[in-house]
Design a protein around this ligand. Structure first.
Ligand SMILES: Cc1cc2nc3c(=O)[nH]c(=O)nc-3n(C[C@H](O)[C@H](O)[C@H](O)COP(=O)(O)O)c2cc1C
Length: 175
């Protein structure tokens, strides 16, 4: 892939809020997760932990937990077939930044291979509850982690909208 193609990937990635019910392949999922593991991390510590949930019962549980924090009854993960959650140790050097780099890498990788995604928030609140801690234990995660964010992931149902125009003065160059 040329550099130009990659810039196009960055510009055409959009948050998807409507997914086909079909599950993505394991190969696609692993490509996305692996891209996450190559994100830069503070001091190269690879502090994040990534959990991909495809189990229907657990997806329902996560949707209910997130909806409770949000104060809605709809599914905050938009009924995607896969949820990808990112955690980092609270005492990592830069937990939020490390986890955010992982999430962005995965969103770009997903778009590159024709999948769609959306960053879904509120994992910090969800996983500071007893219910959230029990799930983390069930997934074999160490103690002391905080939820950074999640992705809904799947095949898009429909075309992505174009990006909004970028704001005036978004960047400046000082020479
Ligand atoms: C930190 C963060 C939290 C977000 N949380 C949500 C969310 O909970 N639900 C949602 O539908 N989109 C969420 N988004 C997606 C943004 O709404 C989206 O990126 C923004 O509207 C721009 O659209 P685009 O991603 O298509 O360019 C979040 C994005 C970020 C970076």
């Amino acid at each position: 892939m040329s550099g130009k193609d990659f810039l196009e990937i960055i510009k055409t990635r959009r948050s998807c809020r409507k997914y086909k019910p079909e599950q993505i392949t394991d190969e696609e999922l692993k490509a996305v997760l692996e891209a996450g593991t190559y994100a830069p991390t503070s001091r190269g510590m690879q502090s994040p932990y990534i959990v991909a949930v495809q189990n229907e019962e657990q997806r329902k549980q996560l949707a209910a937990m997130n909806a409770r924090v949000m104060g809605v009854t709809s599914n905050p993960y938009y009924d995607a077939p896969t949820y990808v959650l990112v955690f980092t140790p609270a005492d990592a050097n830069n937990p939020i930044q490390d986890g955010s780099c992982v999430l962005e890498n995965m969103m770009l990788a997903a778009h590159t291979i024709g999948l769609a995604s959306c960053w879904i928030h509120r994992e910090r609140e969800m996983f500071s509850t007893e219910e959230g801690k029990a799930l983390m234990k069930q997934w074999g995660l160490p103690e002391g982690l905080v939820g950074i964010g999640a992705l809904s992931l799947g095949y898009p149902a429909g075309e992505a909208a174009e990006a909004k125009p970028r704001k005036e003065g978004y960047y400046r160059i000082v020479k």
